[in-house]
Write a protein that binds this ligand. Structure first.
Ligand SMILES: Nc1nc2c(ncn2[C@@H]2O[C@H](COP(=O)(O)OP(=O)(O)OP(=O)(O)O)[C@@H](O)[C@H]2O)c(=O)[nH]1
Length: 364
């Protein structure tokens, strides 16, 4: 799950809470509008009609325009709370009640709505219940103070604790989602890099290649490089020294090319450089610079017979035609094959090959 989808989830929860809150206000207000046996219909109070009307209108708005910005829960809660307070005050003065039961029942109705719909939104919860609570306390004039306080305090404490726990849980989930997402990103990055050299591996190259061929019209070149007589180096100096030589050659290649060129460890001791937006002569100059940088490393290699006393590389270079990368690699491989045959420590361009160059790409 991404952070955005977690936020979308929270938004949809907010939307559902708002709609449930409006629905409960409609239901309770309709209940209050029901004619009680023997009561005068004129006591149907205007605020209840307003609660029903506003709630139905907002509910319809939410249902009909799901993509629109939602009305804010807090102002809506305060408005409807104030209307409920008005209703309680209005009705209290119209009907004579012997005890405080009307006030308590009215409070419970308001708490019922808030408790069910606003349990995760403490501020909206408080804004909704505050006007009715203050009205009831004023109307009661202290006669049932303890009962009213008990009715108010218990749910308030409960909801405050629930809200605190919920917030902690939400923050924890958010942190967890972010952490998982970051780890996924870094694993994905790591899976594209070769651990020994830090260069791109084939997967990383494929990833870069797709975006390069998509976004950069222009001429691109493939340069395929191979360390000369590396088997002899390994056999005589040991595999660990071989690894060190590979890492140093990688750095030399990286240093020799431009930052926009993609350097890849293509195989064991084989490297591929994807040169972007470059012409043939600059591509050749960059390849020559790589060859020279590797020679300048001065890594002793007494078994690089007939070539040098140091580690050297050979390379083949070929342009990419019609975005056909595989064909360019195959052409560069043929040029590399010929370069090896011509004595190694050499760079050859595919275009300079005799047209009848051997098709086999097996290195000598
Ligand atoms: N140390 C080390 N050696 C490797 C690694 N990957 C491949 N090699 C070695 O690279 C050598 C490649 O040898 P060959 O393919 O015979 O080619 P070569 O000896 O370089 O000869 P030419 O390419 O013809 O110049 C093998 O001995 C592999 O074991 C690696 O990660 N570390």
């Amino acid at each position: 799950m991404k952070l955005q989808s977690y936020d979308a989830l929270k938004h949809s929860k907010y939307r559902l809470s708002l709609m449930l809150f409006l629905f409960l206000n409609v239901a309770v207000s309709l209940f209050c509008l029901l004619p009680v046996s023997g009561s005068d219909p004129s006591i149907r109070s205007a605020p209840v009609l307003l609660v029903a009307g506003i709630s139905v209108a907002l509910l319809a708005l939410c249902l009909m325009t799901p993509k629109q910005k939602l009305p804010l829960l807090n102002p809506v809660a305060l408005l409807l709370g104030a209307l409920w307070a008005w209703h309680i005050n209005h009705r209290y003065h119209l009907v004579f009640y012997f005890d405080g039961s009307f006030l308590i029942i009215s409070l419970l109705c308001v708490f019922f709505i808030s408790a069910i719909a606003l349990s995760d939104y403490l501020i909206a919860f408080c804004l909704h219940i505050t006007p009715p609570v203050l009205t009831v306390l004023l109307l009661d004039d202290g006669k049932h103070l303890m009962t009213i306080l008990f009715t108010i305090t218990l749910p308030l404490i409960g909801f405050s604790l629930h809200h605190l726990m919920r917030r902690r849980f939400d923050n924890f989930t958010r942190r967890l989602v972010r952490q998982l997402y970051e780890e996924k990103e870094s694993f994905s990055d790591l899976s594209m890099l070769d651990p020994l050299t830090g260069l791109y591996n084939r997967r990383g190259l494929k990833n870069r290649l797709d975006s390069i061929l998509e976004n950069h019209a222009g001429s691109h070149f493939v340069l395929l490089l191979d360390i000369d007589n590396f088997k002899a180096y390994n056999d005589n100096y040991g595999h660990a020294m071989g690894d060190q030589a590979l890492a140093r050659v990688s750095v030399a290649i990286r240093d020799a090319v431009r930052s926009r060129d993609v350097v890849t460890r293509y195989g064991g001791e084989e490297f591929l450089v994807l040169m972007t937006n470059v012409n043939a002569s600059i591509a050749m100059k960059l390849a020559e610079r790589i060859r020279q940088y590797v020679v300048d490393l001065n890594i002793p290699h007494r078994f690089n017979t007939q070539v040098s006393t140091h580690v050297t590389i050979s390379a083949g270079i070929a342009p990419i035609f019609d975005d056909d990368f595989d064909q360019a690699v195959s052409n560069a491989d043929r040029a590399l094959y010929v370069a090896k045959n011509q004595g190694r420590n050499t760079i050859l361009a595919w275009e300079d090959l005799p047209r009848m160059a051997p098709a086999s790409s097996e290195l000598v």
